[in-house]
Design a protein. Sequence first.
Length: 290
Amino acid sequence: MTALPLALPAQRIDANKLAKRLRRQVGQAIADYNMIEDGDRVMVCLSGGKDSYTLLDVLRQLQAKAPVRFELVAVHLDQKQPGYDPDVLPNYLRGIGQSFEILEQDTYSVVQRVIPEGKTMCGLCSRLRRGALYTHAERAGFTKIALGHHRDDMVETLFLNMFYHSRLKSMPPKLLSDDGKHVLIRPLAYCKEVDIAEYAEQKAFPIMPCNLCGSQETLQRKAIKAMLHDWERKTPGRIENVFRAMTSIAPSQLADRELFDFAALGARSPDPPPSMTDWLLGDGVDAAGS
């Protein structure tokens, strides 16, 4: 009988722990939000960055032992950016035996023509990319669209919307598109960016940098990232607490009249309450009730 080694090298143990943690977190997110069902045909949006590579890799691992049967197809959009190597992704995907599709749409020229020099291109580029992927998803019959956004993306977006748009809004783990045609899922919703970055490095994914907008992160998001990084450095676990707060919302403890009927709360009269105009300019009764 062959003797088993007493222990694996520390680095290997850490790698195994990290992979197991990511699988557990992705599996938990899928279960919590019913992201993938039996018979689903899932379009995994593969940008060539660390997040989407990790998403595809973990989903493939879960697919092998999942309680339901589903299909995974990696879909990448070639946006005709300068310096783009069209062989990187196909070579990688063929090497792991993953079915894939490469779409081509020259969004680069459109963005260059429309956006003034020196302005960030991310917003328009993102909209064009989303439109191309949605169109393909509908045409190819995909039932789910899997995106690589993670926990940190969701927390950053929460603060971006609060600080710059006065809205308490983020990225939900599961979303129905505005036209009602597509279900978007974010299986990495429970995963930390630092874990994803470490995992991508360990797996040596062939990362494809974005020469158009990847280096043009908006000043607002940079400020939010710096704020959250400082918080986490001073108070470890704060980002996780913010994310957990996003999953435990009490509408009656906020102030949105569309989510909670504050006007009817404790009302003693069935009549409609006075309006703001009534309060400020109306002919209210005097103190004697006359």
